[in-house]
Ligand binder design. Sequence first.
Ligand code: NI
Length: 133
Amino acid sequence: MKVRRFGVSLEEDLLEKLDSLVEKHAFPNRSQAIRYLIRNALVEESWQSDSEVAGVIVLIYDHHRRNVVNRLLDIQHDYTPIIMSSQHAHLDHDSCLETIVLKGRASMIVELADALIAIKGIKHGKLVISGSE
Ligand code: NI
């Protein structure tokens, strides 16, 4: 994609905040930080307007708690239109890590994530939402 340069005028204190962001995220330069901020704003916007987004839910749980596995499957089967794929990894003797890739309306994705993360026995759950394009 063609990259174009443009000038940005910023107040001193805002520029300092931009530079501390560059440092915090270890961005190679200010341009990368600005790209990051613009992308975040766009994702936030599509989330707000409930448009189509892509996302991933990451779950960690102990498979010995049998009800966890059943609940996970039951709930996911109610959301098949937005589930693209899921992957299961056996971390160790007790722990499983599951990633569920999603595409659909932001509100549906958040609803599914809330339902899964709330299952009793889930040790850790996180939703990451990204733009779908
Ligand atoms: Ni497992």
